[in-house]
Design a protein around this ligand. Structure first.
Ligand SMILES: Cc1cc2nc3c(=O)[nH]c(=O)nc-3n(C[C@H](O)[C@H](O)[C@H](O)COP(=O)(O)O)c2cc1C
Length: 398
């Protein structure tokens, strides 16, 4: 996804500087052309040779180098690049940029740069919580500089706390998202439900379905990349949490309903991708039902709340999007759901289609608009790509 993209990787004097080599490799693997600028301190941690070998370009360390072929390199590089990533970023570089200091090649290039700069900080937990550092971050964030939050964990100084460089995959994903996606969901709050619900029979057994949450999580990830504030309410799933997304985990339909209504007011768009169980056992037995106690067993079921129907009654000017997963009469059933729940759009998934639907990384769908017209057929494609297309269509809803 980074083919043809030009990136400056700024490496500063943190113990995590060695991780910048991995970041560079991943950026290159994804097709980016990368120039590395190291601060003088960074060269004490890693040799420039590592980066020049991996990037295929000389590494720039000195603002006043007489060997430079390009005359005013800090200006030419800042015109050349699409994005500057500073990883790891020291407290020092953040402080310098926040205060307009340009006293080496990296700071000068950043000061002359007009597009997106992303910092991935790494430092001791006391440095990160220092109000001076926090003020600098705030100041830069207001000016449009972006930060990838560091992680909690063991630090090089032997302490445990905030300050570890974010995961390398996450850093590169942020670069990809910044360069690839338009920010057309900026200022929108999107509430997404995902996965299945579990309706308990006793303390160890439940009724559920095969939904894994992959479609809902894909929608959450892409909406976030396009600038939305995302609230993700998910049933049980094995998928990893998406950094920066407020994710609420629930088990039952009742719990999902209560969380959805807690966040409903602040949402502009609600996408219901969860496969909520329609029925639940009327009574939950406490403990574990013993098989010796009964030869046959009947479980009486009762209806679960219909969350989407309840949302439809309250929707006002919010956009409401649902999914219909059916094994037969796909379009009729989807249209019925669309009308009854007052949806603005429904995504109809044929569960009988091969390699698609629950648990698969791919999906096939038909998008049906408010008028009940199938106006877009989405062939078999990865769920992330489908999420992009669905989000494109949601923005067109009047
Ligand atoms: C062993 C060692 C590890 C360091 N690790 C960090 C670090 O992770 N984060 C940080 O902000 N500073 C760290 N520092 C301090 C910076 O290297 C120092 O502030 C330096 O001036 C940063 O320069 P630069 O921002 O120009 O690269 C470390 C220093 C030493 C000696």
């Amino acid at each position: 996804m980074l083919k043809g993209k030009k990136i400056i990787l700024g490496v500063t004097g943190s113990i995590a500087a060695y991780k910048a080599a991995e970041i560079l490799s991943l950026l290159k693997k994804k097709g980016a052309d990368v120039f590395v600028i190291m601060t003088e301190s960074a060269t004490k941690f890693v040799q420039p040779l590592t980066f020049s070998t991996l990037s295929g370009h000389p590494v720039i360390t000195n603002l006043f180098s007489s060997n430079d072929k390009i005359e005013v390199k800090h200006i030419s590089l800042s015109k050349w690049a699409d994005l500057i990533l500073v990883a790891p970023a020291t407290a020092n570089i953040v402080g310098k940029i926040a205060n307009g200091i340009a006293d080496d090649m990296l700071t000068t290039t950043i000061m002359a740069f007009k597009s997106k700069v992303i910092f991935a900080p790494a430092m001791n937990k006391n440095m990160i919580s220092n109000p001076i550092y926090q003020e600098n971050v705030k100041k830069l964030a207001v000016l449009g500089y972006e930060f990838i939050d560091s992680e909690y964990g063991p630090l090089a100084c032997g302490e445990v706390g905030e300050g570890r460089l974010a995961d390398i995959e996450e850093i590169v994903a942020k670069v990809e998202n910044t360069l690839y996606f338009k920010k057309d969901y900026k200022n929108k709050t999107v509430l997404i439900t995902a996965s299945c619900t579990r309706e308990p029979i006793d303390d160890v057994r439940f009724i559920s379905n095969y939904s894994t949450g992959k479609m809902g999580f894909a929608l959450a990830k892409i909406a976030q990349a396009r600038g939305a504030k995302v609230i993700l309410i998910t049933g049980p799933t094995s998928l990893s949490a998406i950094s920066g997304i407020n994710t609420i985990s629930v088990n039952t339909a009742e719990e999902m309903k209560s969380e959805v209504f807690k966040y409903f007011e602040e949402a502009d768009i609600v996408i219901s991708a969860a496969a909520v169980a329609d029925f639940r056992p009327k009574e939950k037995v406490s403990g574990k039902i013993k098989k010796e106690e009964t030869e046959k067993m009947t479980i009486e079921l009762e209806r679960n709340p219909d969350i989407l129907f309840e949302l439809g009654k309250k929707k006002g000017d919010k956009i409401l999007v649902g999914f219909a997963a059916e094994t037969e009469n796909l379009i009729q059933n989807a249209c019925k759901k669309l009308r009854e729940k007052k949806l603005d759009m429904i995504i109809a998934n044929d569960l009988s289609a091969k390699d698609a639907g629950f648990g698969s990384d791919k999906n096939i769908a038909k998008i049906i608009n408010k008028e009940g017209i199938v106006y877009k057929e989405l062939p078999l494609m990865p769920k992330t790509e489908m999420a992009e297309k669905i989000l494109d269509e949601i923005l067109k809803i009047k």
